[in-house]
Design a protein around this ligand. Structure first.
Ligand SMILES: [Zn+2]
Length: 272
């Protein structure tokens, strides 16, 4: 079972005029990609780069569309995430509740680089308190070269919210980052890491597995369409075919850890 925990939907203006009419085309292209590369399931994450002229109202609609998308084919899309802006305040916290309790989404994702705030924005703490109460997941991007998404900022949140399970996205996006997150992983046991934007040279997957073990690494491709940003899912082929990992370790990283993650969080709605 191969599970990709990091696929995005919604860069195109699904929330500002097109409704969900583009959803079928997206799903066709996405499933073609997944079938071609043997990806059985994917978690769907909204894009924080989507047009949002009306702020929280747009984010609410985007979250509803993600819920509709995963409900269409839960055997291929077992989990969707919602999103809010760290400065959405109490209304954002209420939206987190709606995402999880009403829409059946399994957590909240933030890409602070696109939201224009640092990961450790003061508004994040009350939001993570709500995520913890709901036993939902917190997906946070830490892409290389974004000062707003510097991994130390995530460590501040992880330390302040030890009961929240964080999934750090794009941590292997540079040599420096890969070294950094391996050190952070040793200190913060409540962070798992995906392979999105895996740098193709000296990416240190083997070092991470040797030091941290096989339970905290998740396959993530960062697939997105349209436009489709790449043709082949490099992290999948690297881990499955080229790193000479044991079958057991490979199975953990490529799917079992993702399913364990879902089991550990609460499912609040049968739609999820
Ligand atoms: Zn992403």
């Amino acid at each position: 079972m191969i599970v990709d925990v990091h696929q995005h939907f919604g860069l195109t203006p699904v929330v500002s005029g097109a409704g969900i009419s583009g959803l079928d085309d997206d799903r066709r292209q996405r499933l073609e990609f997944m079938d071609k590369w043997g990806i059985d399931q994917a978690f769907l994450l909204p894009s924080n780069a989507s047009p949002s002229p009306d702020g929280l109202a747009d984010r609410r609609e985007s979250n509803s569309v993600i819920a509709k998308y995963v409900a269409l084919q839960p055997d291929r899309f077992p989990a969707g995430m919602g999103t809010v802006h760290p400065a959405d305040g109490q209304r954002g916290i209420d939206e987190i509740s709606r995402c999880v309790e009403t829409l059946g989404l399994r957590g909240i994702v933030w890409h602070h680089h696109f939201l224009g705030t640092p990961i450790d924005h003061p508004g994040m703490h009350a939001m993570l308190d709500r995520v913890e109460e709901l036993n939902a997941l917190a997906f946070i991007h830490i892409v290389a070269e974004s000062a707003l998404e510097a991994p130390w900022r995530l460590e501040i949140l992880a330390e302040a919210h030890p009961q929240v399970t964080f999934v750090a996205l794009d941590g292997f996006s540079s040599f420096s980052h890969a070294t950094w997150i391996t050190q952070i992983a040793k200190r913060q046991s409540n962070i798992l890491f995906d392979t999105g934007m895996l740098a193709s040279v000296a990416h240190q997957i083997r070092d991470f597995l040797e030091i941290i073990g096989p339970d905290r690494l998740l396959l993530g491709t960062d697939f997105h369409c349209p436009p489709q940003l790449f043709g082949s899912p490099f992290p999948l082929t690297e881990i499955r075919d080229n790193l000479d990992l044991s079958t057991a370790v490979s199975a953990r990283v490529l799917g079992e850890n993702a399913l364990t993650l879902l089991d550990s969080s609460s499912r609040h709605s049968k739609n999820g």
